[in-house]
Design a protein around this ligand. Sequence first.
Ligand code: HEM
Length: 413
Amino acid sequence: MTAAVQDKGIEIVPEKSELAEKYPTFSEDIYGEASIAAPYGHYRALRALGPVVYLPAQDVLVVSRYKDVKAALLDHRTFTSGEGIALNGIANAIGRGTMIASDPPIHSTLRGIMGAPLLPKAVAELKSQVATAAQDLVRRLASRGNFDGVADFARYLPVSIVSTLVGLPEAGRENMLDWAAAAFDSLGPENGRFSRAMPKLQQMLDYILHSAGPTDVTPGSWAARIYEAAEAGMIAREQVPALLLDYLAPSLDTTIFATAHLLHQLGCQPEQWRLLKNDRSLIANAIEEVIRFEPALRGFARVTSDAIVIDGTIVPASSRVLLLYASANRDEDKFDDPDVFDVTRADAKDHLGFGKGRHACAGQHLARLEMQCLLEALVEEIAEINVGDPTIQSNNILRGFASLPVEVRRHAA
Ligand code: HEM
């Protein structure tokens, strides 16, 4: 039994070397370029090593099996977010005050304010606007025949519609994709990607602090609602910048990457595309399946508030634990043939690609709507999709493509 379990209250976090002695160790760097390009073999190895594994490169414990990741996400009292969900102290300090890095009761208040425009009913009201934009886009791209699946296709709705809903001034928007990617890079370990991200993150924070004041944001937008909540005394005025960050960072690349993964899979697997063409009721499941199969977000950390036993292995209080949603989604103990993309998979929606529990993705209904509208438009307009080799966009937290060559053939007139 660990000192932390024997001596509750005198929390002793084991030294780096002690962790290596107590837990199976995985010495590959899962944040290295090779793993970012092809992570699933490493995730399989992590699951095989045990319920809790030590990563010496990051000096952190990792949980990678489906049932353990899910249980941890549902136990927000033990697996807390309030000390930050990043793998480094700098990002955890910057993220203080954000919703994603908070615990109840503060989290519940913030989620009530921030989550309101993202609830299913509010999102459903956007359906015709998003559907029209998706149809116009697909028709334009279909008449071109060749396009980039990321720049021309996947980015369109998040950049044109979601940025407008957030409501920050146009002036900084052209930098938003770069800044959002940097915000995710900053949440990983302190590696090269982290260092390259920091100046961009600083620019993003400067923009939020100096160019996104209450009179700069679009009236009626999500950003305006946060300022209204501060005016009404529901939150402190000083909390506003952190909450703007909560909207800005996750609303773009996540959906962009998931959308490009979907197009890629359908291009690589014509029989899956044909299934969707023949039965449109499979579209919603295809979206769940791509979030399971290629999760845009690999995982975030928690800090244990108390000692906890995970499948027979004790993790002491005050441990930073990385929860690998992307590995859980490929767990062979949960999903049959987990490495197969199958739009008819019955339990695809059980994935953890949007997280689970209190911090489950606030934007998931919007992300689903965007992808649904694009897929409906594709099925309507396009007969055949061919894709070339994608270029990976290297990021500490996100998995996605920088580019994806696509060629489509429309239905004969
Ligand atoms: C396919 C697209 C997306 C994926 C894969 C994704 C994934 C996730 C995941 C895994 C979490 C859980 C974080 C945790 O456990 O700590 C999360 C949280 C969050 N996401 Fe998303 N997301 C997507 C799209 C969006 C969009 C479009 C928005 C906003 C419009 C958004 C806003 C948020 C927010 C605000 C949180 C924090 C929720 C909280 O802490 O209560 N996400 N997302």
